[in-house]
Write a new protein. Sequence first.
Length: 263
Amino acid sequence: NVILFTTDQHRGDYLGIAGHPLMETPNLDAWANHGLYFPNAYTEIPSTTGARRVLHMGKGSYHCGAIGYLGAEWDEKQSIAWMMAQAGYHCINVGWRNMNPRRKLYGYHNVICHDLRKGEDDYMDWLEQQVGPEAMERGHGSDANGWIGRPWHLEERLHPTVWTVDVALDQIAKRDPTKPFFIWVSHLRPHSPYDPPQFYWDMYINEDIPEPPIGDWCEEYRDIELRPDRTAWAGELTPAQTRRCRAGYMGCISHIDYEMGRL
């Protein structure tokens, strides 16, 4: 059986095994200690959609037509899921996909996705059933491309990170018992919104978080004033805003670690 586990916008140095002085990632650290750890690995392309296509096609971004969010149509028969299915695996995809078309199977037998679009998002449909028609994943005011950090506003069991692992466990239990399984468990976090449940927020909000390395090239954007836009890609944040953003980001990583330990 094969589990492919991915996170989104996860810095490689934000792991305990990477030497981060504060990060609590005991499960990921244990996997690395008992397997192989590649500290010098880096993504072919920094944007989500392109990186996922490279991962699934096994080709560089230029050769699979992915140089960003747009690009050539995916060749389904060259995808990892298609090849695993041909080899006799029951292929399952759970969580954050960011593929186009969103509901296309791309070789998977089962797809249960969280893709941030009502009507095409199984998580949002489930959340509405749990909470009611007013349910909103981002009802706390943070955004999927924003910098606001704050605790999750609903019960912890309703967080998409928890839902993703719950669904993965359910799918594994209900798989075809005559075949090995290949499951891609994909988390949107620690991509914004930086909204871990309260327990994981409290892990870091009062810690002395080390200052990040900042390159000289950032200076040319320092005078760009984009606030109060909460999705601004540049601009000056106050120390308090930055602390909340980073504490939320770190909390999301530890939350994922604990949930993956449950899986």
